[in-house]
Write a protein that binds this ligand. Structure first.
Ligand code: SAM
Length: 277
């Protein structure tokens, strides 16, 4: 069971570097909430590097939401079939539950340099590390393991606990005239993505029938430039690795494009990130 951190009333606007500890629950305004995950996400993303920064940026990021008993009842999902998109409320469970939070954060969209308030950001490190994603809904299937919802365009780590599902309702949720502050839409693709001959061979072994949409996923993710914003300052660091669907994807920045050099299936989990040669 996951427990949301105690409500805070620090009201502090301090720019202290250290994380703000949660206050002792002596204030009568403090409330504890206990939420039980209704299910868990199975996604291609074995670790955080490479996960799109928002939902629907990489449509090939397909995932399953495996509902847990007693929430895995068909009645609980009846009516969802009319909806193309769902809101997921989930917990940023990796690192964020214990890491604390800071009042100002550096969003990747600002190159990792400028700071904005945590409540002006979609950063995972927040007082209550709860995330919100509008994802594609591709239907539900009853499997031996239980009820599974098929999703697309996710920005969720494998194993993410989901607290709730709500239908995305365009008449209420879509606001075409909304202004978007510093979070302007990302460019289509930072660079074209090519595959070395070896990577092409490995790709056809790793995903022979294109069931995983691995090629499209790699192209979409690398095209979005998954590197942290500050990496532009280190052009000499141009070799990267990430894990998708259990494969080690190695790539580098070449002149005018990104080149995928290796796709190694079935390796032990290895650190992803940058400058791994
Ligand atoms: N759309 C959501 C929102 O706005 O609340 C998530 C946006 S957040 C910027 C997306 C990032 O959260 C991903 O790129 C990944 O680095 C991180 N992330 C995704 N799932 C996570 C999890 N379960 N635990 C911790 N971090 C996660």
């Amino acid at each position: 069971m996951l427990m949301a951190p105690t409500n805070t009333h620090t009201g502090s606007q301090s720019h202290a570097v250290a994380s703000i500890p949660e206050p002792a629950a002596t204030d009568p305004r403090d409330s504890d909430f206990q939420f039980r995950p209704i299910g868990y996400i199975r996604s291609p993303f074995d670790d955080k590097f490479g996960i799109p920064r928002q939902a629907r940026l990489a449509p090939a990021a397909q995932a399953r939401l495996e509902l847990l008993p007693p929430y895995d009842r068909d009645e609980a999902c009846s009516g969802l079939e009319g909806f193309s998109h769902l809101w997921l409320l989930f917990v940023f469970h990796q690192d964020c539950l214990t890491a604390g939070w800071q009042p100002m954060v550096r969003p990747p969209r600002l190159g990792g340099r400028a700071k904005v308030g945590v409540f002006a950001s979609r950063a995972p490190y927040r007082p209550n590390p709860i995330g919100l994603s509008a994802v594609e809904y591709h239907g539900r299937v009853r499997e031996r393991s239980g009820l599974v919802l098929h999703l697309g365009g996710v920005d969720l780590l494998d194993g993410t606990p989901v607290l709730d599902i709500k239908p995305y309702v365009p008449y209420a949720d879509a606001v075409p005239e909304a202004s978007q502050g510093f979070a302007q839409a990302p460019q289509e693709a930072r660079w074209p993505v090519r595959f070395s001959p070896q990577a092409q061979r490995e790709l056809s072994q790793a995903d022979p029938e294109n069931r995983l949409q691995l090629q499209a996923l790699i192209e979409q993710i690398i095209g979005l430039d998954p590197r942290p914003g500050y990496m532009d300052r280190y052009p000499e660091r141009n070799v990267f690795a990430m894990r998708l669907h259990g494969c080690d994807i190695q790539w580098k920045i070449a002149t005018g494009h990104a080149l995928v050099t290796r796709i190694i299936a079935g390796t032990q989990q290895r650190p992803s990130g940058y400058t791994r040669v």
